[in-house]
Ligand binder design. Sequence first.
Ligand code: PEP
Ligand code: MG
Length: 596
Amino acid sequence: MDRNFEEEIVLSGIPAAPGITFGEAFVVYADEMPISSEPIDPSKVKGEIERFEAALNRTREELADLHRALAAEMGEEHAKILDSHIMMLGDELMKEETLETVRNENVNAAYAFSRIIDRTLKAFDKMEDQYLRERSEDIRDVRKRVIRNYFGQKSEGLADIKRKAIIVAHNLTPSDTVGFKKKFVLGFVSDTGGSTSHAAIIARSLGIPAVVGLGDFSSRVRPFDRLIVDGLSGQVILHPKPETEELYRKARDRFHEMEKELLKIKDYPAVTLDGRTIELSGNIETADEVQEVIDHGARGIGLFRTEYFFITRGTLPGEEEQYRYYQNVIRRMAPDPVLFRTLDVGGDKLAAWVEDNVEANPFMGWRGIRFTLSRKDILRTQLRAMYRAAAHGRARIMFPMVSIVDEVRQALAICAEVREDLKRERYQFGEKVEIGIMIETPSAVAMADTLAREVDFFSIGSNDLIQYALAVDRGNSRISYLYNPLHPAILRLIDDTVRAAHKNNIWVGICGEMVADARVRGALLLIGLGLDEFSANAYLIPEIKKIIRSITYDETRALVKKALKKSTASEVAALLNAFIEDKRPELMEFIPRGPV
Ligand code: PEP
Ligand code: MG
């Protein structure tokens, strides 16, 4: 099939990391990948049949090779395990049935084949005979091989990517993305996920354009298919026409121009027109990102997601290893502060060394401070390393996922013990480390006045706060329409938190992706809500600075007063749009738009 003549397809997903990129697909196939059941054009039936027959032939050759290799290495007897696979592939009835389904129902062959195999599997599962029941695994394996060949995939895994490409996957985990080799990965798209799922956050940190929540896209793309990914508008174009490429090239150039323009103010202070200064810092997942944060003009790290150091390795890092790692970041940022978050595993961030980490409701489960308080050995080691590293600059420490006051009291007691131990053991350590908590659960907001008396600061984790307050899984694309940072419920929760903090004379920041999601509209509200600090991905820092410098605090307070009285997120958005259009038209360009 000549791919140059394939029809252009435009799909809309959820914009996950900004930027526009062009390239060929590198398709990562999940074991059980979704296969499109959409009808195909009758003119494509012949091509489908040829493609399916070719897939069967390729699978047959592959199995024959495997059979020969097994026989040579382990003897004929062992190679016999492949006999049933080979027999199944030769089953004329199965092949005929597949082809007939394609012809009669105008569906693609992968779908037809899968349906027939599913029926066979159901029949096998009911069999009394254990030997026959176990053959169902062989059938599943044959299906996987045929479908992989149908999509023309060799057996490339994400780890061995060696060509510049756009990653297309059904689902990507945070550890998949953290292992991306930046020089090869031009962009990524996935069927699942939301804008604040951790894979999206990593893409943003790496500066890789990404779109998530694309439904069954990965089953429609073949390796080397040409793609455009627009992480600004959330559009993905498969087999783009030359004129579409041209349009997007212009949009990409405009985007780069704007980025360059914004960088000109990177060394200016983040202060409003009427003189309110806001601390502007960067979020990082790994130490490699420190330079990006500095280059974009942040004054410190406002969220160091230390768990990535733990989840990218098979075993737990010890105190010395962590100490060296943290110390390096502190030294590079000095005299600006580094805010370490203690280990936040759980939810969608799983570490291989955590036993029993499979849960029915992981986001409601064993994560954040719940995990570290039940594994005090891990927490103590991490705190020791952080306090020791703090001797080399300015450090802050905070605890994630707090839902009850007792957790904070326990964590503070452990911090005190750690300091005592270090003193007794004559270690150098930071004596003036501020200790804070993340406000991520509705119960923490409700108890904010009590919590504010226990700690030195709050940092609002809006990604989780939105997910828990609106009861919407942040990684589920099906219900992502509910995930809205402009929802008045969210604004009220932030307002309550800020009031409680200020009443108790502590500072309060935000480190969630609210600005990344709502851009200028989110920033205006957060300024008016009275936040003292913003922490965001490096690429967003110049934009936030520009917004802070273009506005008076008084104007934003007036806006917030009105927004808090609105009933819906769209009413809040309309209020902000009207304000921007009327009073600050130069900020219009930060409202996310498509290429035209
Ligand atoms: C948050 O929940 O807003 C946050 C910053 O933490 P994370 O995204 O790592 O859960
Ligand atoms: Mg969180």
